[in-house]
Design a protein around this ligand. Structure first.
Ligand code: TXA
Ligand code: MG
Length: 310
C-alpha cells in the first residue's frame, strides 16, 4: 500500500498521532512540502536527519499551528511582533533567541541558542500541527542535494517508503521556500530569500542587512576545547563515550548506535561544557550513517576554535 494519503480528517488524525509518537510525516505547506517530526523527541529528530541523508546538522524550522506559541518558545520583541502581525500565517521564517526552557530537542537548533519559527499558511499543515499536539520541526521534504518538493510525488521520489506517511495536498501555491529573517541580533539579517519579498519586510521594520559569509556559518561552539578520537580522558578532561566506556562521564550510545549518538550529541556536549572540566575528549565515532555528520560537526567546532584564537 502506498504511503501517499489523500488529506482528510482520518489521515490527518493518523498523521498527527504518528508524529506525536516519533514517526516521520511529509505534509504540504504553501511554500514546499515539509518532512515533520516531534521536536521534543531527540530520537525522532535524529531519524529525520538520517532519512534526509544530510551530510551535516543544519538547524530545523519549528512549524507552529498558533501564532501565540511563538512566545512560549522564543523571546519575541516588538519589531518581530509587527512582522508576525503582517506575515503570519505565511512564508516568513523568523530566527529568534530560544527560551532555555522550551521543550525542544537541542538537535532541532543544532545546539544554537536561537530557534527558527514559522506558521504555515495552509489548512492541511494547520490541521496536522493541531492534531499532532506537540511542537513539530520540519525541513523541506527532499533528500539532501535535491530541490525542494512542490507535489507529493516529488516527496515519494526522494524517500519512497522510508517515511511513515505523505499527506497529499496537491501543488504548493507559493512553490519556493520561506524567506528566513534573523531577528535574534540588534540588526535584522536576511538569511534566505523566499516567499516574502525583502521590500515588504523593509516596509514594516526598515533596513535589513543581507547575510554575509560570516553569518552563514554560525555553528554552536562549546567553550571548552574538544579532542577527537580519544581512547580515554587526560587529567581534567571530561570523557564523552561511544560504546563500551565505563569511565565515560556521559555516553553518546552504549550500544554504538550512531543515530542514538546524534540524538544525544548537542545536549551532552552542552551539559559537559557547563562542568568543571578543562576540555571534552570524545571517543572515536565511526564514519557511517549519522556518524559522518557528527564527526563533521565536531571537526568544524575545532576549526572554529582555531579561528577564534587566530
Ligand atoms: O518554506 C520553508 O521554509 C520550508 C517548509 C517545509 O516550511 N522549509 C525549509 O526547511 O525550507 P529547510 O530545512 O530546508 O531550510 C531551513 C533553513 C536551513 O537552511 C537552516 O539552516 C535555517 O533554515 N535555519 C533554521 N534554524 C536556524 C537558526 N536557528 N539560525 C539560522 N538559520 C536557521
Ligand atoms: Mg531545504
Amino acid at each position: 500500500m502506498s504511503n501517499i494519503k489523500p488529506s482528510n480528517e482520518l489521515s490527518l488524525l493518523q498523521a498527527g498521532s504518528i508524529i506525536r509518537r516519533g514517526g516521520l510525516v511529509a505534509f504540504p505547506t504553501e511554500t514546499v512540502y515539509g518532512l515533520g517530526v516531534n521536536a521534543s523527541d531527540d530520537k525522532a529528530v535524529a531519524s529525520l536527519f538520517k532519512t534526509k541523508q544530510r551530510p551535516e546538522f543544519n538547524p530545523l524550522v519549528l512549524h507552529l499551528a498558533n501564532i501565540k506559541d511563538a512566545d512560549r518558545l522564543a523571546f519575541v520583541d516588538e519589531k518581530t511582533k509587527m512582522l508576525i502581525r503582517r506575515f503570519w500565517p505565511g512564508s516568513l521564517t523568523i530566527v529568534l533567541k530560544r527560551r532555555p526552557e522550551a521543550p525542544i530537542s537541542e538537535l532541532v537548533n543544532a545546539g544554537l541558542d536561537t530557534i527558527a519559527l514559522r506558521v504555515p499558511n495552509n489548512p492541511i499543515a494547520h490541521a496536522l500541527l493541531r492534531f499532532a499536539a506537540c511542537p513539530v520541526a520540519a525541513t523541506s521534504a527532499n533528500s539532501s542535494g535535491m530541490i525542494s518538493p512542490t507535489v507529493a510525488a516529488h516527496v515519494k521520489e526522494s524517500f519512497g517508503d522510508k517515511i511513515d506517511m505523505i499527506l497529499d495536498g496537491g501543488k504548493c501555491t507559493v512553490g519556493v521556500e520561506s524567506t528566513i529573517l534573523d531577528m535574534s541580533k540588534e540588526q535584522p539579517i536576511l538569511l534566505r530569500s523566499g516567499g516574502v519579498p525583502l521590500e515588504d519586510i523593509e516596509a514594516i521594520i526598515g533596513h535589513v542587512k543581507i547575510k554575509n559569509a560570516e553569518e552563514s556559518i554560525s555553528h554552536y561552539t562549546p567553550k571548552l576545547p574538544i579532542r577527537l578520537n580519544a581512547a580515554s580522558a587526560k587529567k581534567g578532561e571530561a570523557l564523552l563515550g561511544f560504546g563500551d566506556a565505563p569511565n565515560a562521564d556521559m555516553n553518546l550510545s552504549r550500544s554504538k548506535d550512531v543515530t542514538e549518538a546524534a540524538a544525544n550529541l548537542f545536549s551532552m556536549i552542552r551539559e559537559l561544557d557547563k562542568g568543571a572540566f578543562t576540555g571534552i575528549a570524545v571517543m572515536t565515532i565511526p564514519e557511517e550513517g549519522l556518524g559522518v555528520a557528527i564527526n563533521d560537526r565536531l571537526a568544524k567546532t575545532l576549526i572554529q576554535k582555531k579561528q577564534d584564537k587566530a
